[in-house]
Design a protein around this ligand. Structure first.
Ligand code: MLT
Length: 237
């Protein structure tokens, strides 16, 4: 199995995804939010690129059947039910409902990966389960980091390294590109991850917005075995 990494949404090329299993990572916070929504029993998540598309879609649902969540500049969007804090996606809020979401980088990255063979949703909180699923599937893997506004982000990169590190413990037949080896190397040397992530730009933005509880939650390892999958425009469990 070959393992590669794409460093941000701006670097996605269709030909790099074809016939590959893709894992989209936006650990701070979109893919942590999506995974949490499934942990708390949501029916599905529908990601949208724009605020307008998300709003429009929500009008198709009867009251109480969907929640509208997401962010711009890491802040809740006016008129939306929820922000992009995973801590808001509790069972009493999302159980049995469709979550309609738009975020700056995470939902953009997901929607741009639709040409891949399969698209899984990964974060620290389900990292080991993602690694296990990738080994079971046995196809070549491209880990797509959402990054921040098209740029490389340290948080998504170390999360990719964590998944690769787990996969290396499960199989001896993995062929890593240099960037995949580098991600693993960085994780191996920063297994606590916060000392590394706290240098990331988005960490600073979230810290300034008093979102430390979200950061601490998103850095937790393996709190669930759920691996959501993006298929035909919907994310399902
Ligand atoms: C995104 O998709 O850009 C992020 O999840 C931003 C955030 O932390 O809300």
């Amino acid at each position: 199995m070959n393992i590669d990494i794409i460093i941000s949404a701006d670097h996605i090329e269709e030909n790099l995804l074809r016939d590959k299993v893709v894992v989209v990572i936006d650990m701070l916070r979109a893919t942590s939010v999506i995974t949490t929504a499934f942990m708390n029993g949501c029916k599905e998540v529908i990601p949208y690129l724009t605020v307008e598309e998300a709003r429009e879609k929500s009008t198709e649902f009867k009251s109480g059947q969907c929640v509208l969540g997401g962010e711009r500049k890491a802040v809740k969007i006016e008129g939306f039910d929820l922000s992009n804090s995973p801590l808001e996606y509790t069972e009493d809020v999302v159980k049995g409902k469709t979550v309609i979401m738009t975020t700056t980088n995470g939902t953009r990255t997901l929607t741009e990966c639709s040409k891949a063979k399969r698209v899984l949703v990964g974060a620290m909180i389900n990292g080991k389960a993602v690694a296990k699923k990738l080994i079971e599937l046995g196809d070549d893997v491209v880990i797509v980091n959402a990054g921040t506004n098209g740029q490389f982000s340290m948080d998504d990169f170390i999360c990719a390294g964590y998944m690769i590190n787990k996969m290396l413990k499960m199989s001896s037949k993995l062929y890593l590109t240099d960037i995949a080896k580098t991600a693993n190397y960085i994780y191996e040397n920063n297994t606590g991850i916060e000392s590394f992530i706290k240098n990331a730009r988005h960490y600073g933005v979230m810290e300034d917005l008093n979102l430390m509880d979200d950061i601490l939650y998103c850095m937790k390892k393996n709190i669930t075995d759920i691996v959501p999958e993006y298929k035909d425009g919907h994310i399902i469990e």
